[in-house]
Design a protein around this ligand. Sequence first.
Ligand code: SAM
Length: 221
Amino acid sequence: MTNHSWAVVDEYIANALIPADAVLDATLKASVAAGLPEIQVSPAQGKFLHLLARIAGAKSILEVGTLGGYSTIWLARALPANGRLVTLEADAKHAEVARANFARAGLDKVIDLRLGLALETLPKIEAEKLGPFDLVFIDADKTNNVGYFDWALKLARRGTIIVVDNVVRQGAVVDATSTDAAVRGVRRLYERLSAEKRVSTTALQTVGIKGYDGFVLALVE
Ligand code: SAM
């Protein structure tokens, strides 16, 4: 199969299973109009995250890497009325676009966006006692994946789900000699996960409109 067929099938899946959604469409449109990179999760992946949060009965969610807030909105919509989502973003322009998107989605009271480098914000989240989180979605710079995972564990409880995006990188993850910083960051994460007894973990390869990549799924024991 080619990237083209993956994309066509992904679109078929989205058309069949994911109803048109004016708010999500407007979120993507505003993000593109503002010049943000189109590196958000696909609709099928967004709904996958949403369903995962509902299956887990998540009331508190932490996201690392907001961009324009597309995955954030999918996740926040899984929360009950008293639920909360904290999302971390380093880029001021991305944060500004995301905040407008959250307001349009009617989720600005539910979503707490913190602007700054995530590794500097995470200690503040701990100090503010905002955890433990029921679900953590890690989707920022891949070089710091291990640092984000360690913080996710610190801010977790037994039963917390941790999801990490982009852990296959078109198959480049198997290349031990890669000099690509993102690939190396992902490989360090696998090493960390394989040695970590406090989580039960797998990874799933994904194909679709975003090409060939994958998610790590970890359950805190
Ligand atoms: N989760 C988003 C979605 O699917 O809609 C996509 C997130 S995008 C792949 C990664 C985001 O992480 C970018 O907006 C980038 O600015 C942000 N980022 C990169 N390095 C960061 C850091 N050190 N701290 C916080 N955010 C960071």
